[in-house]
Every structure is written in C-alpha cells, then in structure tokens.
Design a binder for this molecule. Structure first.
Ligand code: GLU
Length: 464
C-alpha cells in the first residue's frame, strides 16, 4: 500500500480518509504502508509542506514507525527518465512537436484529445518535442476495481497522452507508475478523481512488462448540498479541525465511517477493532457525506469518555500563555482542575473550554454587550441588590447559593433560570456557560461579590 500525497500546504480531510483506509488495509492484511511525497511539481512545493503531511499523519496516529519512507518522488527522476526512454526504444512512445493550436485546427474540436498526427513521423528527441505514449487503437482496458468492480475502458477513447515534456521532465502518469513499481506496490487505494488516469497507467504497467497493482478508488467527499468539497466553500484542512480541538481518535473514527461501515449499528468503536473488520468489499463507492455536525458529536462523546486527568491534559494547548486570553500569572491550574469536570460534559470541541473558564482567570468578566442587554432587564438591578445582601453571609457552597437565589427570585415571579441570568452575566460576562453556582463557588465570595457589585453599579448608574 502507499499514500502518495502531493504537498499542497494543507492536509485535505479526503486525504486523511485515504491514508487511514490504506493504513487499515495494510494492517488488516499484514502488509506495509509506504509514504511517498509526490513533489515533482517544483513550482508548487515547499519543504515545510512535507513536514505538514508528516505531522498531520502523526496526529492521526500514523507516525514514522507505521510506514516506510517518506520517499520523495523527486529522488527518483533518473528512473522516470529511464522508463520514458525504454518506452521510446520499444516503439511504445514517440516524439511529437504538435502545438495545442495545431491539434485544434486539425480536429476542429477544443475538447478532443490528441489526434495522433506524429505517431508515424519518426521524430527524434529534440527541442520542443514531447514524448507521447502510443495508446492501443483497439480492444479494451479493464480495471477490476476492488471497490467499484469491473470498469471497462475502450482503448479507442484513450488518447496518446504525454509522458514527458519537451524539456525531458516526466509527467505524473508515468512518474507515479515508475515509483509504484520501484516500491513494489501491490495495491493502490486512492481517490476516484484518479479513475480516468487508471486505464492509462495500467497500459503503462503492461508496456513496461509488469503486473499492474490491484486498484481501488475511494469515493469523493461531499457537503450537505451533495457538492464535492471545495477549498472555497468548505472547511477541508485537517489542521483546522485539529486546532479547533477535535481529538485525533474521534476524527479517525469518524473518517473511517465515510464510506465504510462495520455492520450492525456500531459507530463509535476503537480503531483496532475497525482494523480487524476492515474489508474493501464493504467500502461504498458512492459519494460520502462529510457531516461536520456528526463528527462534532463524535468528538463530544470522545471528550466525555476521557478520564478527568486526560481531559485536563488534552486542554493544555488552549491554556498556553501564548494563546489564552487571560494574563498568564492569573492562571491557576488548581482552579482549572476544579472547573474542568464541569466543562468536560459540556464541550464538543476542546477550544470551547476557553470561553467557559476564562471568567476565573480574567481580571474582569468579558464584556459582551449583547449578553448584557439580554440579561440586565428589569428587575435585574433589584435582583442583584438582593443577591449582594444575601451572598454576604450565605455559606459559600453551590447548594446554598442556589437556594438563596431561588428565594430571591420568588417575590419577583422569576424562575431560577431567569433569576440566574443577571448574576451569570455579572460574573462571567456571558449568558451561557458552566453551572452558575459551582462557578461562583470556585471563584470565591470576594471576587464574585465584587463583580456583582460592579454590575449593579453600572445598572443603577452609581460608582461601584
Ligand atoms: N499525488 C497524487 C495526488 O495527490 C496521488 C496519486 C495516487 O495516489 O496515485 O492526488
């Protein structure tokens, strides 16, 4: 098996699924996975993009111990050229000096492929001459796809495609085949977007005298409108999800189910169990709906399944001084540890932890005018005044704080939820968040009262 990404500066979720399927298949069958970076498009290539691929894979759990490589396609240019020469020597390829305009002028059709004009001109290599494969005119090429079954291509529809540019550089179709041969790849599992290339590549394998690999083409991913995922419209990059606080295990689990099902109603399951059951016969060839909401729900389940200690350590990247919104010296890990179990059941993404706990570490609550306006309606000032009086002496425990607020709300005809709103906004700045009374308990009497007093003063136009 191999995973052969071209570095593009981001790791597409479709690539993530491809590499997981390749890895699962290799592990299930006791095979090896090769990582080959197809970096021959020098104009669109940066060394750090290769590191991005390696680190995205490692995040998914596929670290360097899980594959051979990384090999760089650009290290194999000699073999690509050799194969091109070999095909020329055998008469399976010929040089061509036609320009695109010449072909269009001859065929009168913008969309038709090459018309074979130079096939029998016997041109020798030279400036301005590309090398083309002499595709068979008759017969068929059959791709026995592991996922799609047999697909038959009429050879007459396969044009004499270019193998090498006039500067001698070998193009993707041949380079990819030569590398697969060189790396003794027996199974190619890749996106269905490559399906049109496959008959051409199978012909190249045969022309070079080798047994082609078994091919499997994975469906594309589509969004909720059943449109193919696109950079412009959709969030595609694995890195984005990682940075929002998806857990690798949840993403891995979700991606495995994009086109494959383990049977029964099972969805959330350990990766090793999926590997044990993974068979390409069960992979669905139709487009797979990449449902972010569902992936998010998976993530919430994985977060809730963490031990409290693992949850706290998973949150660390969002608490680092460089990214957290509070002054570093105000952060207290012991306070965070008290709040963490309250948050663990409420976040679907780890990044959501920050707005839930920031009230405990910011000098003042965030100021959110919308929340203020919503919560500070009549009789908010009276409620806050009563709370200030009552909370001076109440035992500082969630249950007591709750009970007192309930009593305060009653004469105003306020449910506990309604009575909480101004207190919550006074203390945290937000209308939603962690359970209020537990939050107050953690924040402490003095700081809680200071904030409630400040909000009351702002409401009544007094100085606090
Ligand atoms: N480098 C190709 C791509 O990223 C993959 C080729 C293949 O898997 O055969 O689309």
């Amino acid at each position: 098996m191999r995973f052969a990404p071209s570095p593009t500066g981001m790791f597409h979720m479709g690539s993530a699924r491809s590499v997981l399927y390749n890895w699962a298949f290799a592990r299930h069958n006791g095979g090896a996975l090769v990582l080959r970076i197809e970096d021959t498009d020098a104009a669109r290539n940066r060394p750090e993009w290769i590191d991005d691929i390696i680190s995205a894979m490692a995040w998914l759990g596929i670290d360097g111990s899980q594959y051979e490589g990384p090999f760089l396609q650009s290290d194999n240019l000699g073999k690509h050229t050799q194969a091109a020469s070999e095909l020329y020597r055998q008469g399976r390829a010929y040089y061509c000096d036609c320009k695109r305009e010449d072909v269009i002028a001859r065929t009168g059709d913008q969309h038709r492929g090459y018309d074979g004009y130079c096939r029998d001109r016997g041109l020798r290599p030279g400036a301005g001459r590309a090398l083309r494969f002499r595709a068979p005119d008759t017969g068929v090429t059959v791709i026995d796809d592991l996922i799609r079954g047999k697909t038959v291509f009429e050879n007459s529809t396969i044009e004499d495609f270019v193998l090498a540019r006039s500067d001698g550089s070998v193009l993707f179709l041949l380079a990819n085949v030569v590398d697969d041969m060189d790396q003794r790849i027996t199974h190619v599992l890749r996106s269905e977007e490559h399906l049109p290339n496959t008959p051409k590549q199978q012909l190249l394998w045969e022309a070079l005298g080798q047994q082609p690999p078994a091919w499997g083409h994975l469906s594309i991913l589509v969004n909720e409108k059943r449109q193919k995922l696109s950079k412009r419209r959709d969030k595609l990059a694995l890195e984005t999800y990682r940075d929002e606080g998806y857990l690798a295990a949840a993403v891995r689990n979700y991606l495995m189910l994009l086109g494959w099902a383990p049977g029964g109603d099972r969805e959330i399951m350990p990766f090793d169990e999926m590997v044990a059951e993974f068979r390409l016969e069960d992979v669905n060839p139709s487009p797979a709906y990449f449902d972010i909401k569902k992936m998010r729900a998976f993530n919430g389940e994985y977060i809730r399944a963490l031990s409290p200690a693992d949850f706290i350590s998973a949150c660390q990247p969002w608490l680092e001084p460089a990214v957290a919104p509070w002054p570093a010296e105000r952060f207290d890990p012991a306070v965070f540890a008290e709040l963490a179990p309250l948050a663990q059941t409420r976040v679907a993404l780890l990044a959501e932890i920050v707005p839930m706990v920031d009230f405990a570490f910011l000098p003042d609550p965030v100021s959110d005018e919308g929340s203020w306006a919503k919560a500070m309606k009549e009789p908010a000032a009276d409620v806050l005044a009563a709370v200030l009086a009552a909370y001076e002496s109440v035992p500082w425990q969630a249950a007591d704080l709750r009970q007192r607020l309930e009593q305060i709300g009653e004469p105003f005809g306020l449910s506990l939820g309604k009575a909480q709103a101004p207190v919550r906004v006074a203390v945290t700045g937000r209308t939603v968040g962690l359970p209020l009374f537990e939050s107050l308990e953690v924040l402490g009497r003095e700081e809680s009262l200071r904030r409630i007093r400040a909000a009351h003063a702002r409401l009544t136009g007094q100085r606090s």
